[in-house]
Structures are given as C-alpha cells and as structure tokens.
Write a new protein. Sequence first.
Lengths: 342, 342
Amino acid sequence: MIELAALSFLNVIHDDLARVEALILEHPHGRHEAIHWAVELMAGSGGKRLRPALVLLSSHLCGADIDRAVFMAAAVEMLHAATLIHDDLIDGALVRRGVETLNARPHPWSPATTVLTGDYFFAYAAHLASQAINVQLMQRFSQALMTICDGEMRQMFDKDQQPTTSALAQARDEYERRIYAKTASLIAMSAEAGAVLAQPDNCVDSPSAAVFHAYGRELGIAFQIVDDVLDFTADEETLGKPVGSDLRHGLLTLPVLFFLEDRPDDPVVGRVLRGDRSEATIQEAVRLIANSPAIEQANGIARRHVQWAKQALDDLPALECSSAPYRTALLDLADFTVRRRF
Amino acid sequence: MIELAALSFLNVIHDDLARVEALILEHPHGRHEAIHWAVELMAGSGGKRLRPALVLLSSHLCGADIDRAVFMAAAVEMLHAATLIHDDLIDGALVRRGVETLNARPHPWSPATTVLTGDYFFAYAAHLASQAINVQLMQRFSQALMTICDGEMRQMFDKDQQPTTSALAQARDEYERRIYAKTASLIAMSAEAGAVLAQPDNCVDSPSAAVFHAYGRELGIAFQIVDDVLDFTADEETLGKPVGSDLRHGLLTLPVLFFLEDRPDDPVVGRVLRGDRSEATIQEAVRLIANSPAIEQANGIARRHVQWAKQALDDLPALECSSAPYRTALLDLADFTVRRRF
C-alpha cells in the first residue's frame, strides 16, 4: 500500500506513516457513502506518500510535535489526491496507479460527482491541516494550493502552443515555472512543514524553514522531470497509466524540448506539434524521443536538481546525534527520486 | 455592486463591506491573467454579500478585531463564489446574476478551466481565512466546506428520485438536510465567526457562538427556501437566471413537495417526475406550482425559520448600548430574507 514506506531508508518513520494512513481513514462519519468509498479508494491506492514522508522527516529533524505533524502529513496527501481527481477529470485519464479513475466509472459516477468529490477532498485536506493548529502552516498550505491551481491554469492555456526553434529557451523557462507550480510548490511546503511546526506560532521564519523549502523545491523539480521522462520510457504496467499521455494532451515536457533542440525538423514530432494526435503518430513520437539523447539530457537536469536539494541541507544548523537518521533519510529520498522507475 | 449594502439597515457596516470588496480585489499579483479576470468578474458581479455582512455584524456585536473580521468576511464570500462556479458547471447553467457563467464562455474557456478557476477560488478563500489568524475559525471554515460538498453529493445522487406519496415526509426531511448542508451551514458559520474571533484562541466555545450559529442556521434555511420559491415565482430578469431551473434539473424543492402533497396525481408535474424535461412541460409545471397554495405554504415555513432565527438572538447576553444597531441589523436582515424578490 505505501510504496515509499517499503524503502529501507524510510524505516525511521514507518510507524508515523501508518498513523497517517489510519488518520485519513478515520474520516468524519455520516457523509454520503460515495465520499467514504472515494476516501477508502484513495487510501488504498498505493500512492508514494512522498509528501507525508517529507512532513514527518522534517518534523523529526526540527523537533516538532509529531501528533500535529501527522495531521499535516495527512493534509498534504489529501490535497495532492484532490488535485489528482480534478486533473484526471480534465485530462480524461481513465487509469491512475493501475486503478480506474473516478471520472471513468459508470453511473452514478459522472463528471459532476467527480468535481464534487475533488472539492470534498480539498475541504478534508484543509480540515486536517487546521488540526495541526498552526496558523503559519495554514497560510503556507493555502498559498501552495493557489500556486498549484495557477500552474494548472498556465498548463491548460499553454497547451498546444508550438514553440519555434528560437522560442525553445523560453519554453524551457515556462516549463520550469509550470513544474514548480504544479509539483514542487507542494513538495517544498511539505518539506518545510516540520520547521514551521517547530517554531512558535506567529514567529518570523526560522532559517531552517528556508533550508527545507529549498530542499523541497529542488527535490520537487527533479521529481517532476523524472515523472515526465518516465512518461516516455516506462512501461504501462509499471507506470500504472498509459505512456505518452503528456504528448497526447499536447503538453511539451523537458524530453520533448531537448529533442526539438537537437532535431527541430523531425517530421513525426512535427506532426504531433501540428495537432496530429493519432495513436500511431503518438506512439512513433514516443519511441523516437525515448530512444534519443533527450532522455539522458533530461535525467541529467533532474540529477543536478537532486544535487542542489542535498546541498541545501548542508546549511542546516548542527544536529543532535538522534536527528542524523532523519537527515540521512532525506538525502536517500533525494537519490531515490532520480533512481525510481515508477 | 453590493446589493445588500444598499439596504439602510446595513449602513452600520457600509465601510467594512467596502473594505471586503477592496480586499478581494487586492488579489496576489502575477497569477495567470484568466484568474485575475475571474476574480474581478466575481467582485463586480453584484452578489448579495449576505455572508460577509453576517461575519461583520457578529464581529461588531462580539467585539472582535474588525481587521481580522474583514479577512474572514472576504473568505466566506470567496468560498461561496467557488461553490457557485462548480455548481454552474455541473448544472450547465449559462447565466448567473444576469452575467454569463465561466462555463458558458467561448474558447479558451472550457469545463477544464472552469474546474481549475473554482479550485483557485477555494484556495484563495482558504488563504484569506488563514489571514484572520484564528485556528478555531479555520477549523469551522473547512468543516463548513466539507458539509457543503457532502450536501452537493447528496443532491447529485438524490436527483431524479420520484417520491411516492407515502415517502413525501421523508423527502421533506431529506430536503431540509440538503439545504442545511448546501446553504445554511456556511451562513451559520459566517454568523458565528464574530463570536469565534472574539474569544481567545483554542478556548472552548462561548455561549455566543452557539447563539449565532443557531441564528445563522435558521436564517440560512429560510434563505434557501425563499430561493427555491423564487425559482417558481420570480421573473427571469429580476432573478438574473432562468426560472424553473431546479425542476429542469430534476430537483424537488419545498414548493414541489407541498404541491405533490395536495395533488399527488397531477398529470403535468407527474410527467416531469417521470423524466419529461421538455420546455413546454417544465413551463406548464412551473406555472401550476407558482399559482398553487404550495408557494404560500413554503413561504410560511421560511417565515417560521426567520422567527426562530430572531428568537435565537434573545439568548445573547445583555449588550452594551453601542452594540444595539448591529443587533437590530441582524433582526432586519432576517426579515429582509423572506421579503426579498431577488
């Protein structure tokens, strides 16, 4: 169920992650049965639990109250789940993590109930976050959600824009901005949560908060680049969803941008850019890109961000010995991000 | 722009309401232009601002910090606006308050961007609420949102269920439960906000919070019943949207339930219940119900709830003289709810 928790370097928070899982399922009674069902489905769906792990590790490292941290860890996972429900609806995705999406289910499920279930997940996330009893954290939590929605809006409006060769650098900037917004902002917020929880409420930022934010931002960017690479190189079964889905939606990710830099006149990818979304063309374009140097170039950028994430932690104040395993886990987690195959 | 603020009994909070309006527009810079445009559209759309008015009146009555109350007032209005954006999308509503809905707009607007704009509004609402710097209030805020989404889910799943005559009493219970969830819960939360803000953080509930909650709950139920009556009796121009929209969506509101109690075998309404949604049938059913005693029966129930709302305020502790105008405004606001024609 908890894929990341199965990784040995996360043994240090194994029990906390289990509490997060239990807390999510301890969902208020008496809601419509469809809501209970959706929460259980989400809890059992084998998400990576990256965000809760970051909240818990930084909380241990900073000496924050772990009971409160468990609420916040559950909150960030629910927020993430809420955004996925609406994303899948918008993209018309039929499968996620090998499981049928809500929007793909038969009557009485519908686009309408999918919108509302996502909304409920947002509300439940805010409810869990408010139980961490920290105003600063609530402020960052809602700011992260604003940034995510803004990023999704950009993605939606930028889709299907064909970059000219001269505009590729600009497309790279826009790509980084977009993946910060849609992925790295929440990962950064999760990583800094422990530092925020550990400082007295309404106090100015501790230096640690900035360190953890930088770690999470770089980790999040690397994580999304790897996701975008896996959309070309993974097989469908490991990925839990069809490959090539970004291209199919007209979304130009880093591997495509590197490919175009090298082969601006490739006829197959050119056809995709001009709007040909036939399965044959998409699959041929995916194969071309997957077998091109663009993959290694994109992975190289991801590794560089992971390096920056790890370096950020050098700026942490001297730690007590008991904290060392949590710091090591954060370093291992960063390495895992670029090693993973799912 | 602010319809309620034009009512003389709200003069006491005129300047505060103007601050709420300005605050909403002081929206974080640098978002995608579509988001800025949507926030401005919402701010200028002439909502009644009932919920902000309640936050402000209860805050003045309870001696809460008005700067914080202004944030909370803006938050509840944004939350309300967020739910309307998703509601209109789900219902396929084309016009609200006389203005084209987001989902009805041409490219680049789409169902996808409408979902995301609603999500952004949720995030912005949570952001504003977090700036009221009160954990208790954040908890109630997120609880109200959970209740609203649960109510919407119920409404979605209960649609098109035909009540038999013997099940009409049960349908009435379900109706009350639904309108509490979708409307009265946020109005109750808005009304109690001032009492929550005025008490020290993390303190147990003051008796005033319960009084204001009861006031808001009864007011909210009355408000929704009147809305449901106006959906039959108002003209389209005053209402700012087509009449009969509930019936068109298979939603049985109080006027229909009273009508069916009296005339369970009416052939026209029967046809609607059996799924005939042709314009001619809907308009004939609307005309029949609008001219039946069901309207006065439903209005009678609304008046009873308004009476209960006003009586709830009798339980407030003795007030200082300076507070009297705010209490009077709450009483007048309750009376206005059943008098209004929009």
